[in-house]
Design a protein around this ligand. Structure first.
Ligand code: NZQ
Ligand code: ZN
Length: 379
């Protein structure tokens, strides 16, 4: 067991109509809200009107920044910071999924000292202040609603980087499972892959913590259980509520308690696909995980066997990987680059960017990109 600090200041308001409380709580922090959202799903499905009506009724002033794209980019964050400063906003409210919430976190730490987002992402500048962050989650996947991390892309430097500061913990996050009823089938599935991947990344982190490993196994088994159910009945409250809970607890510190952090090697592989081809985050991981497990199977066999036993009651690594691939395929998540729409002609481009960005894991290093990408093509 490694030394650790258990700290998570985010208040999670979970359940039906929890957003009814939002105006009262926001007013404890200020009266000028900076509402951040994506390309329009929240407007199309009525969440935007629901929220804006409540804020206006409570006399809260709203400045908006919309158009955050999936796999969010630093240029949007920079532009939003300028809008926020010019309008003297006091609170940042994210309405959306991980891309919107991550952008909102970056915006909240850049506004007070007018910092440049990429200096913050690269830790060239450490933010000393942040505006209070509120989130209303509309997609269960990343766990960003209850953690201090964000992931931002830069197409000029060709990097997609995860970073984190305690200042980026949301003060309050509102999780109403009904807000995820409208998530399309593909992103529901990709979100479930992301949940499983977060649990795995923390399992493969440094240190031994039997309790954390059982949290990992429970979250993975629950996700595998609820996946076919929620895909069949997307507006089933209990199914959506359980998936939402799993997504939050896969990356809010629970699955890494007693360890020295996660490995994150597979996420670093997935980020290359999102950078180059805008591959949805979860889809990049359902391609990367089977390949990474095959690459690592003779380096860390005991570690993989133990996970296999925890999840599928077998210590046979091939069975473990086949079961995983079978599950990913059953929810229409791609298990190789071809299924992700990335042709063989892209092989060298992927290898070269992995080399440039020194893709590896924090706990288990690798650099045989030729072999890894070959496995990602399913060879
Ligand atoms: O663009 P909008 O209109 O918002 O539509 C989104 C987007 O097209 C749509 N959507 C979201 N909620 C919906 C909905 N459509 C209908 N009904 C709803 N209720 O879904 C699409 C995907 O949204 P996005 O926010 O991109 O998905 P997700 O939540 O999976 O976030 C992915 C991003 O999170 C980062 C990833 O790298 C990626 O950039 N991650 C953040 C982490 C963190 N901060 O801890 C950890 C993760 O590992 C991950 O890296
Ligand atoms: Zn992820």
């Amino acid at each position: 067991m490694e030394n650790f600090i258990a700290y998570n200041p985010t208040a999670i308001h979970f359940g039906k109509d929890v957003i009814n409380e939002i105006s009262k709580i926001i007013k404890l922090y200020g009266n000028k809200v900076f509402l951040i959202y994506g390309k329009g799903s929240v407007v199309k499905h009525g969440y935007y009107n629901l929220i804006v009506e409540k804020l206006i009724k409570a006399g809260i002033e709203i400045t908006e920044y919309s158009g955050i794209k999936p796999n969010p980019v630093e240029t949007d964050v920079r532009e939003a910071v300028e809008v926020g400063i010019n309008n003297n906003v006091e609170i940042v409210l994210a309405l959306g999924g991980g891309s919107v919430i991550d952008s909102a976190k970056a915006i909240a730490v850049c506004i007070p000292e007018n910092l440049d987002v990429w200096d913050v992402v690269k830790s060239k500048v450490v933010p000393q202040k942040a505006l209070p962050i509120f989130t209303i989650l509309t997609l269960a996947a990343t766990g960003t609603e209850m953690n201090p991390y964000a992931v931002i892309q830069n197409h000029k430097t060709n990097e997609k980087i995860g970073f984190g500061y305690d200042l980026m913990y949301p003060k309050h996050s509102f999780l109403d499972p009904k807000f995820t009823y409208t998530v399309p089938e593909n992103y529901t599935a990709f979100g479930i892959v992301d949940i499983i991947a977060h649990a795995f990344e923390n399992y493969f982190g440094y240190g031994e913590s039997p309790l954390a490993e059982r949290f990992v196994a429970s979250i993975v088994k629950e996700s595998i259980h609820y996946a076919p159910l929620v895909l069949k009945e997307p507006d089933n409250y209990d199914y959506r509520a359980n998936i939402m809970l799993q997504s939050t607890y896969a990356l809010n510190g629970t699955t890494v308690i007693g360890k020295a952090g996660g490995d994150w090697g597979v996420h670093n592989i997935g980020h290359i696909l999102s950078l180059l081809y805008d591959t949805p985050h979860g889809a990049s991981l359902s391609v990367a995980y089977p390949a990474w497990l095959k690459l690592m199977s003779n380096k860390i066999p005991e570690k993989i066997k133990k996970l296999s036993e925890l999840i599928f009651n077998t210590d046979d690594i091939d069975t473990f990987i086949n079961n995983l691939e079978f599950f990913f395929r059953s929810i229409n998540a791609p298990i190789n680059l071809i299924e992700a729409g990335i042709g063989y002609d892209k092989k060298n481009e992927i290898i070269n960017l992995m080399k440039k960005n020194k893709v590896s894991g924090y706990n288990y290093s690798f650099d045989d990109y030729e072999k890894l990408v070959g496995l990602m093509y399913g060879s």
